[in-house]
Design a protein around this ligand. Structure first.
Ligand code: B12
Length: 319
């Protein structure tokens, strides 16, 4: 690429950023002039607008692409010259799997690659982001932490530490929580903050009201940062509830980050394993277990656990 082409690209980008309001012209707040000096332009990643933009071209060069994650592009058949175009379309519509994406020689085409990278970014964001504090405040959830002290990186590398509450957490729970309740509800970030943000507003009231309407005591709910499922044992030991319900973010899939699980156990204690637990999984709207229904189901299971005084495999064999 020669200097003239390069300058044309830079000029076009500057013009577009100015037009979108992301950067301002020196001495003028108006829309971008026809020619902009790229020498005076300084950039930083944070000023680039995140909204989808239409393709623009400068000097015959396309410098931008439409958002590949929009449904119309995500589900666009990309197989060249298919024998049965309607068949390809029908197949694509029948599944969320990435099919009918075509290829460029032995490789993915650019559109598929960009979609894959966009979806991967959603996954990474869900995993590395913290749950919105405003949401936790809405439900008066105080926060305690597991034994993870080195952030998400350590959380990913040390699942064992995510299964134990820190000493501080134990103290706080002892101070703030009602003990010996029938049902103890906890919320954990797990592997997806987005999952908690997508479902908590709907599921929390259903569980709380369901438990209370069944005449059961609902313990003091709280939020656990850097939580793994096994942390339920510590909660059981500290609070001595009949049933612990832990709402937790599931491992996100590509572009699918809002899926939450409710893991449950009857009188969890040190040494309990997943064989002693039950899970209502894939809780999310539009395709999963709807959070309102999920909440009602969780309450039913809690009642069943109390009735049979068991959970996990023991509950299966008892009922
Ligand atoms: C990762 C995973 C596993 C891993 C867990 C390893 C690990 N250390 O992370 C492995 C491969 C071991 C596994 C095994 C099983 N899994 Co699994 N697993 C998942 C997956 C993909 C993600 C779970 C997640 O994100 N958890 C949240 C994070 C934060 O939890 P964590 O503390 O890091 O990890 C714990 C949980 O993942 C838990 N767990 C994982 N699977 C299961 C299943 C049950 C029934 C229980 C109680 C707990 C449990 O084990 C981990 C260690 O405590 C989900 C899919 C989904 N949509 O949720 C399926 C899923 C939860 N698993 C499922 C099943 C059926 C099983 C098995 C029973 C399969 C089998 N027939 O052997 C076993 C049982 C596990 C056990 N220990 O007893 C089903 C549960 C369906 C249901 N409602 O009962 C799911 C929903 C997949 C599916 N759609 O079918 N699983």
């Amino acid at each position: 690429m020669d200097d003239t082409q390069l300058a044309a690209i830079v000029d076009a980008i500057v013009r577009e950023l100015k037009a979108s309001g992301a950067v301002k012209s020196a001495g003028s707040d108006s829309a971008a002039p026809a020619s902009v000096s790229s020498a005076s332009f300084s950039t930083s990643a944070s000023v680039v607008p995140v909204q989808a933009r239409v393709a623009t071209s400068a000097a015959g060069l396309t410098i931008d692409l439409p958002d590949p994650t929009l449904d119309q592009f995500r589900y666009m058949p990309r197989v060249k010259n298919p024998k049965d175009p309607n068949g390809v379309k029908a197949l694509i519509e029948s599944t969320t799997a990435r099919i009918g994406v075509g290829r460029a020689g032995p490789r993915y085409n650019t559109a598929s690659l960009l979609l894959f990278q966009g979806d991967h970014a959603v996954t990474q964001d869900a995993l590395y982001r913290d749950v919105d504090q405003n949401l936790l405040n809405e439900f008066n959830l105080f926060t305690v932490q597991t034994k993870i002290t080195g952030g998400k990186q350590e959380y990913l590398l040390r699942p064992d530490l995510g299964r134990s509450l820190s000493d501080d957490a134990k103290r706080t729970i002892n101070e703030k929580c009602q003990k010996n309740v029938n049902v103890q509800l906890c919320v954990g970030d797990g592997l997806s903050a987005a999952a908690i943000e997508a479902n908590l507003r709907q599921i929390f009231p259903v569980i709380k009201q369901g438990v209370q309407q069944a005449g059961l005591t609902f313990g003091t709910p709280f939020f656990i940062k850097y939580a793994r499922v096994g942390v339920m044992n510590d909660i059981g030991e500290l609070i001595k509830p009949d049933v612990v319900i832990l709402l937790i973010g599931e491992r996100p899939g590509l572009g699918r980050a809002e899926s939450m699980s409710a893991y449950m156990g009857y009188k969890p204690k040190y040494g309990d394993t997943d064989a002693d637990r039950d899970v209502v999984c894939n809780i999310f709207e539009n395709g999963g277990t709807n959070p309102l229904e999920g909440g009602a189901f969780v309450v039913q299971i809690a009642q069943k656990m109390r009735k049979h005084q068991a959970s996990g495999v023991k509950l299966k064999t008892a009922s």
